[in-house]
Design a binder for this molecule. Structure first.
Ligand code: FAD
Ligand code: FES
Length: 278
C-alpha cells in the first residue's frame, strides 16, 4: 500500500498529491511516469512524476479529474492509501546539451512539462516558456514555471489572461521576430502538439512531444500504447513517452486515443449514479 501524504487542489479540476513511494522516488527522472491503481479492482492509470524527493521517499503527481479513476483518486485524502504504484516507467526526457529551448505546454500538459522545465533550468538552459489554458480559472503552476524560464508567456484561448490565442501563436510570434531555439518541447493535447510540430517543421526546429497514449501494462507487453513514428511501430510506454514530433503520425494517435470513448463515458455515468445513491 502507498500512503497519501498530502493533497492540494490547484484549481477546480486539478490536484497535486504527494505519495509515499520510496523506490520510485529514488530513481524517478523528469519525463518518466508511474502507473497506479487506486484499489484492488481499479484500472491502471499512467501519471507523470511531477517531482521526486528521494530523501523523504515521496513522489508528487498532478492529475486532472477527467473520468472514473481520476475521480476515485480524488475522493481519497492524506492518510489514505493507494493499492499499487509502479514506476518509474518510460524514458527520461532528453535535455542533454540544450542551451536555448522553447517549452510549449497546453492545459494539463503544463503539469507534465513542469519537471522538464525544472531540469532545463537546473542545467542552465535558457527557456522561453509558452503556457496555454482554456481560460483564466484553469491556470496552474504559473509562478513555478516563471521561475524556470528566462522569458515566459501565459496565454488563454479566450483572452481572460495574457495574450488571447494558442501557444502556437506565441511561438509563431517569437520565431517571426527572429528568436531562435535549438529545440522545442511541446506537451499537451494531441491537436496542440500536432499544430506545434506543423509550425516548427517550417522553421526546421527539432521538436520533442510527449505522447499520452492509452496504456495498460506500461512495460511494452500489451501493445495498447502503439503508435507510428517515422513509419515504424513504437510503444509509448517503453520507447517514449517522448518522440521526435516531426515523425509522429498524430492522426493515427488521435484515432487510437478515442477507441474507448464509449466505455469511458459509461463508466463515468455509473460513477455519477453511485455517487447519487450514496
Ligand atoms: C505517459 C502518460 C502520462 C500522463 N500524465 C498525466 C498527468 O501527469 N496528469 C494527468 O492528469 N493525466 C496524465 N495522463 C493521462 C491520464 O492517464 C488519464 O487522464 C487517465 O488515465 C484518465 O483516467 P480516468 O479513468 O479518470 O478517465 P477515463 O474516462 O477512463 O478517460 C478519460 C481520458 O483519459 C485518457 N485515458 C484513459 N485511460 C487511459 C490510460 N489507461 N492511459 C492513458 N490515458 C488514458 C483518454 O484520453 C480518455 O479519453 C498521462 C497519460 C500518459 C500516457
Ligand atoms: S502500455 Fe502496454 S505496450 Fe505500452
Amino acid at each position: 500500500m502507498y500512503k497519501i501524504i498530502n493533497k492540494q487542489p490547484l484549481n477546480a479540476v486539478v490536484t497535486r498529491m504527494e505519495i509515499e513511494a520510496p523506490r520510485v522516488a529514488k530513481s524517478g527522472k523528469p519525463g518518466q511516469f508511474l502507473i497506479l491503481r487506486v484499489d484492488e479492482r481499479g484500472e491502471r492509470v499512467p501519471l507523470t512524476l511531477a517531482a521526486c524527493d528521494p530523501q523523504r521517499g515521496i513522489v508528487s503527481i498532478i492529475y486532472q479529474k477527467v473520468g472514473l479513476t481520476t475521480h476515485k483518486l480524488d475522493s481519497l485524502n492524506a492518510g489514505d492509501s493507494l493499492r499499487d504504484v509502479a514506476g518509474p516507467l518510460g524514458l527520461p526526457t532528453d535535455i542533454h546539451g540544450v542551451r536555448r529551448a522553447a517549452l510549449l505546454a497546453g492545459g494539463l500538459g503544463v503539469a507534465i512539462a513542469y519537471p522538464i522545465a525544472r531540469a532545463l533550468k537546473a542545467q542552465g538552459t535558457r527557456v522561453h516558456g509558452f503556457l496555454g489554458f482554456r481560460e483564466k480559472d484553469m491556470i496552474i503552476l504559473e509562478d513555478d514555471f516563471a521561475r524556470c524560464c528566462e522569458s515566459f508567456e501565459c496565454m488563454t484561448d479566450d483572452g481572460s489572461n495574457g495574450r488571447k490565442g494558442f501557444v502556437t501563436d506565441g511561438l509563431r510570434a517569437a520565431l517571426e521576430s527572429g528568436e531562435r531555439f535549438e529545440r522545442a518541447y511541446a506537451i499537451g493535447p494531441l491537436p496542440m502538439m500536432k499544430a506545434a510540430c506543423n509550425l516548427t517543421k517550417r522553421y526546421d526546429l527539432p521538436t520533442v512531444v510527449s505522447m499520452n497514449s492509452i496504456m495498460i501494462d506500461g512495460t511494452g507487453m500489451c501493445g495498447c500504447c502503439r503508435l507510428t513514428v517515422g513509419g515504424r511501430v513504437k510503444f509509448a510506454c517503453v520507447d517514449g513517452p517522448d518522440f521526435d514530433g516531426h515523425l509522429v503520425d498524430f492522426d493515427e494517435a488521435m484515432r487510437r486515443g478515442s477507441l474507448y470513448a464509449g466505455e469511458e463515458r459509461r463508466a463515468m455515468h455509473e460513477c455519477r449514479l453511485l455517487a447519487e445513491v450514496n
